[in-house]
Design a protein around this ligand. Structure first.
Ligand code: IPM
Ligand code: MG
Length: 355
């Protein structure tokens, strides 16, 4: 089959890790007789430099027409240190989510046996951790209107707005994931304080009647933050609003010790997008030292859930597992015997070709 992939390397280490993911996908294409047509576009700081817009219209069109979007990372310190900058790379990310209707952010949190020692938590707590956080991505206080500053500048406000329709569609995704996994769904909210959360909870309670096979529980977000540390193995699928999800996914990403390995997917109305959980890591840019595995695993997720190519995705995962088991890894995992970004990527691609 022939697939068109919108390829957005972005900023920092984005281009180098993307190159490895593309190499791995090319190996998959050769092996299975597919054609991947990689169409490159700009997003983030690089897009601001080239066009003045962090998510230019031509990139939007490219994404819209593609079968899936593969995305590297966004962010450049030259904007972080300038609070007066008029456009920021992050605005490109938010525009991309909104314009492509990417309302469901899926972040699997799973352990890799080779990396358990890297977890900040005790081994007994992290062993067997395997859950998915589903974060609503296009609503809530990130986008709600009105927002702004009072005229004299001494007050500022956001609007945390959710319609029932938005809640239903994200919960549908969550019930679907729970159904395909261990049938346990945790709805995270702050229903003791927020009216939006009460609408979430009420809606989840209604929908759970249509899904009797799924065991649903409800946690306040502060309690959820605590339990992710105290007992992460209890979770199967967790669903929550945009802001809570932003915070909890960062927390969840470090507990397995494998931050550099975590992929994510954003499912949307127009297309789906796949990207590593980590950021643009500017200090490592251009040095061929960054870990390409999260990007490569994002490509595996794209094969499986974006293009429906299960066997192909599984082979990429197998190649990644092999690389980890053999200790053929970048410096973040093994500083004493570190391989470069491209060495790790090439090794995975050649494993796939030979298999
Ligand atoms: C994320 C990031 C973004 C967010 C930032 C960079 C705007 O933290 O993808 O989790 O807050 O959603
Ligand atoms: Mg975040």
């Amino acid at each position: 089959m022939n697939y068109t992939i919108a390829t957005l390397p972005g900023d920092g280490i984005g281009p180098e890790i993307m190159e490895q993911a593309v190499g791995v996908l090319q190996a998959v294409a050769e092996k299975y007789g597919h054609t991947f047509d990689f169409r490159y576009g700009h997003a983030g700081a690089i897009a601001i430099d080239k066009t003045g817009d962090p998510f230019p219209d031509e990139t939007f069109q490219l994404c819209r027409e593609a079968d899936a979007v593969l995305f590297g990372a966004i962010g450049d310190p030259k904007y972080d240190n300038d609070p007066k900058a008029k456009v920021r790379p992050e605005q490109g990310l938010l525009a991309m989510r909104k314009q492509l209707g990417l309302f469901a952010n899926i972040r699997p949190v799973s352990t890799f046996p080779a990396l358990i020692g890297k977890s900040p938590l005790r081994k007994e707590l992290v062993e067997g951790v395997d859950f998915v956080v589903i974060r609503e991505l296009t609503g809530g206080s990130y986008f709600g209107e009105p927002r702004g500053r009072s005229e004299d500048g001494t007050k500022a406000f956001e609007t945390n707005l959710y319609s029932k329709e938005e809640i239903v569609r994200i919960l549908e995704v969550a019930f679907r994931y729970a159904g395909a996994r261990n049938r346990r769904l945790t709805v995270v909210d702050k229903a003791n304080v927020l009216v939006t959360s009460r609408l979430w909870r009420e809606t989840a309670q209604e929908m759970s009647k249509d899904h009797p096979e799924i065991e649903v529980d409800y946690l306040f977000v502060d309690n959820a933050a605590m339990q992710i540390i105290q007992n992460p193995a209890r979770f199967d699928v967790m669903v929550t609003e945009n802001m809570f999800g932003d915070i909890l996914t960062d927390e969840a990403s470090v507990i397995t010790g494998s931050m550099g390995l975590l992929p994510s997917a954003s499912e949307g109305l127009l297309t789906s997008l796949f990207e590593p959980v980590h950021g643009s890591y500017p200090q490592a840019a251009g040095r061929n030292i960054a870990n390409p595995l999260a990007m490569i695993l994002s490509a595996a997720m794209m094969l499986e859930s974006g293009l429906g190519l299960q066997e192909e995705g599984a082979l990429v995962r197998e190649a990644v597992d092999r690389s980890l088991a053999e200790g053929y890894v970048t410096e973040d995992i093994d500083p004493a015997h570190a391989r470069s970004t491209s060495e790790v990527g090439n090794r995975i691609a050649s494993y796939i070709r030979k298999k």
